[in-house]
Design a binder for this molecule. Structure first.
Ligand code: CA
Length: 243
């Protein structure tokens, strides 16, 4: 069953959408605020999101940007505003499609089906909470927790807990990039573009920059920073986060 998260603060519209979608055999969750939407996206792992841009607590675009920090789930945006700049902004922020209110239900359903198909073609959604034997990277909540000693038993599916590690924004960004590709090598250039944008300096300077931040992360996260077990250098290529 395809799971849809409907983010809509108008109770009547949220209810109507839920009834319509359930009749079409979707499994539906409804969130009325941006905060609830981010929480539901992390815990319920929907296959597709319908996101109203006008929410009481957060701007829908900020919800979308936060979601895109860790999830590639297809998002169809709903907006009451008709200007095309908002549409462009939503698409730039990572929306897959856009429907203007008031909309015909058939149109929304068609766009939803298309978004789900594209999501399926893109493959399974990776887990947004990455656990290693020593620490947990919680991408939705933007935090890293050191596993408490009693959990350090190879049990990787236990409820994440432990002491929160304070990271600088750059350290977090670097760790998040590696966590999104956990187990795989991430190339130096890819990491640098994610951290610094496409206009990079000399290769020597950039390589040094990465090395400095990886060393800082190792000091904070590895039991023995000089013999890392999780933040691994792939010589001449890049880095890999090993669970
Ligand atoms: Ca609204």
């Amino acid at each position: 069953m395809t799971r849809v998260l409907v983010v809509e603060d108008e109770p009547a519209l949220g209810r109507a959408l839920a009834i319509t979608l359930r009749a079409k055999r979707y499994d539906v969750d409804v969130a009325h605020t941006g905060a609830a939407a981010l929480d539901a996206a992390a815990t319920r792992r929907p296959d597709v999101v319908v996101l109203d841009l006008g929410l009481p607590d957060l701007d829908g675009l900020d919800v979308l940007r936060a979601l895109r920090g860790w999830s590639a789930v297809p998002v169809v945006v709903l907006s009451a505003r008709h200007d095309s700049s908002e549409k462009v902004e939503a698409l730039d922020a990572g929306a897959d499609d856009y429907v203007t209110k008031p909309f015909a239900v058939d149109e929304l359903l068609a766009r939803l089906r298309a978004a789900v198909r594209r999501g399926e073609a893109a493959g399974p959604v990776p887990d947004p909470v990455v656990q290693t034997a020593r620490f947990t990277v919680d991408l939705p909540r933007r935090r890293v927790l050191l596993r408490p000693p009693h959990q350090d038993d190879g049990e990787v599916d236990a409820e994440p807990g432990g002491e929160q590690v304070r990271l600088t924004p750059t350290e977090w960004q670097l760790l998040a990039e590696l966590a999104r590709s956990v187990g795989r090598v991430v190339g130096r250039r890819e990491l640098l573009v994610a951290l610094r944008g496409p206009h990079l300096g000399s290769e020597a300077a950039e390589t040094h920059y990465l090395r400095v931040y990886v060393a800082q992360l190792r000091r904070k996260l590895e039991a023995d920073p000089s013999a890392p077990r999780h933040l691994i250098t792939e010589p001449g290529v890049g880095y890999r986060l090993v669970p």
